[in-house]
Design a protein around this ligand. Structure first.
Ligand code: C2E
Ligand code: CA
Ligand code: CA
Length: 396
C-alpha cells in the first residue's frame, strides 16, 4: 500500500509516519503542502492508494483537496484527520462521499496507533468498486449531439405532503451505437472542457420542453428541470434562447426549472448573476443543485434569485443514522425557509430517508425510493404504480 500523509504540521507528519511504519507500512510519502501532493497525483495517479488528509491547512484546505481528488478520479482510500470537532470531520466526509470518493473513516488529533489501525483496516466503504470507465473524445460527443444520440431520462419530483408528482428532472444519457447506454459522468465533463456544453444543454432542453408539451397535451402539467452548467451562463444570449425554446414548445415559462450546481457557480459570479437574474425576470425557475457541497454557498444564496434548493444526496441518504448530516439538513431547511425557497431532497433511497425528510417538512422528494430515472416510455406505468403506493406514505 502506497500511503500519502498530508498535514501542514511537521510534528504531526513525523508522528503519523512513525506510527504507520510501526504498523508495517513502508511506502509512505509525507507532504507539508497539499498542493505538492495534488501535483504528484497529477503526474502519477497511482502514486497513492491511501491518503491521510488533515482538514485544516493554510495553502489549500481539506475540502479543496477533496475536490481535486474527485476531479482526478482518485480511486484509493481516504482518511480524514482533524483537530476540530467530530462535526467538521463528518461534514467533510459527507462532501467527499457525495463526490464518490472512498472515505475509509476519520481520526481526531492527536492520532493514536489504535485509531490508525482501526481506520486502515476498515473495509472499503463504497458500495461498488469503481471500474475505470471509458472517457470519450470530444469529436465523438460532437457527433453524438449532431446525430441525436442523446436521450433524456426523467426522474420524478414528488411532494412529501401529498405524494403528488409535480415535475421531473431531465437527466441526459447517450444511446451509444456500440457501447449501449452511457451515463453523463462519462461525457458531460468532456463536453464542458471542449465548448460542447452549449449544444448539449440546448439538445437536452429542447427534448425536455417537447416532452413537457406532450404531457400537457395528455392533461398532465409537469415542470421539467434541466441541469445547466456554469459554462452555459457565460453566453449572453442564453436567456433569449431559453425563452424562444419555451415559446416554440408551447409551454409556460413557469414550467421550466434550471438547476445550477453551486460549487462551480462561485467562480464566475458576476456574469452568471446577470444571466440568472434575466432568466428569473422571465419567470423561469432557478434551482440551486447539490446544496451543501460547496464553499460559500450561504453568501451566494442572498445574491442569486433562486426559487428552489436541492439538498445534496450526501446529506440525505442515511441521515437518520448520522447526527451531523442531520444537523446540516435542519440548517439547510431553515435557511431555505427563511429565504422562501422550495426544498427538494435528493437521494431519497429508502423508506427511512423518506420518513425523516417528511418529518423535517421538506417539500419535495427525488430519489431511488420513488424511482430511478426512467425512459419516457416507462413514465405512464410508473405513475399508475406510484399512485397506488402513495396512500401509505403520506398523512391521511
Ligand atoms: P445531479 O444533477 O445531482 O442529478 C442527480 C443524479 O443522482 C442522477 O445521476 C440520478 O440518477 C442520481 N440519483 C437520483 N436519485 C438517487 C438516489 O436515490 N441515490 C443515488 N445514489 N443517486 C440518485 P445521473 O443521471 O448519472 O447524473 C449525474 C450528474 O450528471 C447529474 O447530477 C448532473 O450534474 C449531470 N447531468 C445530467 N444530465 C445533465 C445535463 O443534461 N446537462 C448537464 N450539464 N449535466 C447533466
Ligand atoms: Ca440536478
Ligand atoms: Ca445533485
Amino acid at each position: 500500500m502506497k500511503i500519502f500523509v498530508i498535514d501542514d504540521d511537521p510534528f504531526a507528519l513525523h508522528l503519523v509516519s512513525h506510527q504507520l511504519r510501526a504498523l508495517g507500512f513502508r511506502q509512505i510519502s509525507v507532504f507539508e503542502r497539499a498542493r505538492d501532493a495534488v501535483e504528484e497525483l497529477d503526474r502519477d495517479p497511482a502514486a497513492a492508494s491511501l491518503i491521510l488528509l488533515d482538514l485544516q491547512m493554510p495553502d489549500m484546505d481539506g475540502i479543496e483537496v477533496v475536490r481535486h481528488l474527485a476531479q482526478q478520479h482518485y480511486d484509493g482510500g481516504l482518511i480524514l484527520v482533524s483537530g476540530e470537532d467530530q462535526r467538521v470531520l463528518a461534514t467533510a466526509s459527507a462532501v467527499a462521499r457525495a463526490r464518490a470518493l472512498d472515505v475509509r473513516g476519520f481520526i481526531t488529533k492527536p492520532v493514536t496507533p489504535d485509531q490508525l489501525r482501526r481506520v486502515i483496516e476498515a473495509p472499503a466503504h463504497r458500495s461498488a468498486p469503481r471500474i475505470p470507465r471509458k472517457r470519450y473524445e470530444p469529436e465523438e460527443i460532437q457527433r453524438a449531439i449532431a446525430n441525436n444520440e442523446l436521450v433524456n431520462h426523467y426522474q420524478p419530483k414528488v411532494e412529501f405532503a401529498t405524494g403528488r408528482v409535480t415535475g421531473v428532472e431531465a437527466l441526459v444519457r447517450w444511446q451509444h451505437p456500440v457501447d449501449g447506454l452511457v451515463f453523463p459522468e462519462q461525457f458531460v465533463g468532456v463536453a464542458e472542457e471542449h465548448r460542447l456544453i452549449d449544444p448539449l444543454t440546448r439538445a437536452v432542453l429542447r427534448g425536455a420542453l417537447a416532452q413537457a408539451r406532450e404531457w400537457q397535451d395528455d392533461g398532465l402539467i409537469l415542470t421539467v428541470a434541466v441541469n445547466v452548467s456554469v459554462d452555459n451562463l457565460v453566453a449572453l444570449d442564453f436567456p433569449d434562447f431559453i425563452e424562444r425554446a419555451v415559446r416554440e414548445a408551447g409551454v409556460s415559462n413557469k414550467q421550466l426549472v434550471l438547476e445550477v450546481t453551486e460549487t462551480r457557480l462561485m467562480t464566475n459570479v458576476l456574469l452568471a448573476l446577470d444571466i440568472l437574474t434575466r432568466l428569473r425576470l422571465k419567470h423561469i425557475s432557478l434551482s440551486i443543485d447539490d446544496f451543501g457541497t460547496g464553499h460559500s454557498s450561504l453568501a451566494q444564496l442572498r445574491n442569486i434569485p433562486f426559487d428552489e434548493l436541492k439538498i445534496d444526496r450526501g446529506f440525505v441518504h442515511g441521515a437518520n443514522r448520522d447526527t451531523s448530516a442531520h444537523a446540516i439538513l435542519e440548517a439547510s431547511l431553515g435557511v431555505a425557509r427563511q429565504l422562501g425557497l422550495k426544498t427538494v431532497a435528493e437521494g431519497v433511497e429508502t423508506l427511512s430517508d423518506w420518513q425523516l425528510m417528511q418529518s423535517l417538512n421538506c417539500d419535495v422528494a427525488q430519489g431511488y425510493f420513488v424511482t430511478r430515472p426512467i425512459p419516457v416510455e416507462a413514465f405512464a406505468s410508473w405513475h399508475i404504480a406510484w399512485d397506488k403506493r402513495v396512500s401509505s406514505l403520506v398523512p391521511s
